[in-house]
Design a protein around this ligand. Structure first.
Ligand SMILES: C[C@H](O)[C@@H](O)CC(=O)C(=O)O
Ligand code: MG
Length: 441
């Protein structure tokens, strides 16, 4: 039973100094400090439950997203939770279509990241009030209720509400068995944490050795800054993992279209499954050209972590520009917008392999992909969810990996809640961790 009027929304700037160890580094982001605009919403319900939400940032600029969250709060505070979730499509539309705020979007950039943070908090609170992990809340909803959370504006030329309904109806078949399977075996994952671009070869070797011992079979390597370095690093990893394990490459938007094709062709001998973000995330036709050129080499294109919204995903699908679709729990407008993308991916028969390289992203996106398997895609073929082994210790309900698979969360909510002490210590710039760093000459 959903209850309470939202009485407060607080947002803070939480930053982890990951750049000090080159964690998360890639060809375009050499020094990320994994950060979050972190939202807490409270209600007047007597249960004392709070909703926690976040969106992922890289350090600088988190303060801009914090501002945008504050600008959105007028649409949230004083609303009844029941009123929100009974017309979630309307509420999503209200947040994303404010007649003035939309000018600094629409549905993109800082204001859309802020929308994600706010709505993630709402979903967390809803799931907590229902006493279910978010994936289970979604799995237990009937198709009509799921559809009522989705804004179909701008995508009906690719997916109508009727088609989405049919997909969800078909997904009812075998749902119970798939849920049991998830609970028993978990959702398959791959690791990116061995091969960030700033890691020296020695560290890469050591992490890869440990990952192999832990049972990992799928590895992603950062590339794109320097071809001889890429060749050396890919050779090193491929030799360590052997011919049968899976290797993926990620260029984080470094190349021109032609350059991407030439560069990846030179890395083809290492048999990568995909090249991720070869060029600008906005260049749909560029991705299509790269996909076409690399298909004969057996290399697919993956993208999505910096796709602004469902409209870009729609066009990528329509243009046959990608072979692997990477949803992101904190860049799209929360669960609501991700639902529409999962349904479009199903219609276009493109496997979803979520992005999770950031703080909190593994915690959140595991819910979406477990739901996807149980209720939408019904398939694990060519599918896996990213895992990075950083900063989980700061979360109250951290993601759990067993045998290189995500174990479905059992605690109620969206796994978004940080430990109070972590959120305080890492608050920027006043938290004690930053005070220490910033006081150094
Ligand atoms: C800056 C982030 O760490 C980015 O490199 C993550 C990413 O591209 C991925 O996980 O994929
Ligand atoms: Mg990536």
């Amino acid at each position: 039973m959903v209850r309470g009027r939202i009485t407060g929304l607080a947002v803070s700037d939480v930053r982890f100094p990951t750049s000090l160890g080159h964690h998360g580094s890639d060809a375009m982001h050499p020094d990320p400090d994994y950060s979050a605009a972190y939202v807490v919403i409270e209600t007047d319900a007597r249960d004392g439950l709070k909703g926690y939400g976040l969106t992922f940032t890289l350090g600088k600029g988190t303060e801009v997203v914090v501002c945008a969250v504050n600008a959105l709060s007028i649409h949230v505070v004083n609303k009844d939770l029941e009123e929100i979730v009974s017309d979630f499509r309307g509420f999503y539309r209200q947040l994303t279509s404010d007649g003035q705020l939309r000018w600094i979007g629409p549905e993109k950039g800082a204001v859309h990241l802020a929308t994600a943070a706010v709505l993630n908090a709402v979903w967390d609170l809803w799931a907590k009030q229902e006493g279910k992990p978010l994936w289970k809340l979604l799995v237990d909803m009937d198709p009509k209720q799921l559809l009522s959370c989705i804004d179909f504006r701008y995508i009906t030329d690719a997916l109508t509400e009727e088609e989405a309904c049919e997909i969800l109806q078909n997904g009812l078949l075998g749902k119970k068995e798939r849920e049991e399977q998830m609970l028993k075996h978990g959702y398959p994952a791959y690791t990116t944490s061995c091969a960030w671009l700033g890691y020296p070869d020695q560290q890469l070797k050591q992490l890869c050795t440990e990952a192999l011992k832990d049972g990992w079979t799928r590895f992603k390597v950062k590339v794109g800054a320097n071809l001889p370095d890429d060749i050396r690093r890919c050779r090193l990893i491929r030799e360590m993992i052997g011919p049968d394990k899976t290797l993926m490459l990620d260029a984080n938007q470094r190349w021109e279209v032609k350059e991407a094709i030439e560069w990846v062709t030179k890395l083809a001998e290492f048999k990568p499954l995909w090249i991720e973000e070869p060029t600008s995330p906005d260049d749909i036709l560029g991705h299509a050209a790269i996909s076409k050129a690399l298909a004969p080499l057996g290399i697919g294109v993956a993208t999505g972590e910096q796709c602004h919204n469902r409209v870009i995903f729609k066009q990528l699908l329509q243009a046959k520009a990608l072979s692997y679709l990477q949803i992101d729990s904190c860049r799209l407008g929360s669960v609501n917008e991700n639902l529409s993308v999962l349904l479009m991916a199903k219609k276009f028969q493109i496997p979803v392999c979520p992005h999770a390289g950031g703080v909190g992203l593994c915690e959140l996106v595991q819910h979406l992909i477990i739901f996807d398997y149980i209720s939408v895609s019904g398939s694990l073929e060519n599918r896996m969810c990213e895992y990075v082994d950083h900063l989980h210790e700061h979360f109250k309900y951290p993601a759990i990996i067993k045998k290189a698979s995500y174990v479905p969360p059992q605690d109620a909510g969206y796994s978004t809640e940080m430990k109070e002490e972590s959120a305080r210590k890492y608050q920027f710039p006043q938290g004690e961790v930053w005070q220490k760093i910033l006081s150094k000459p």
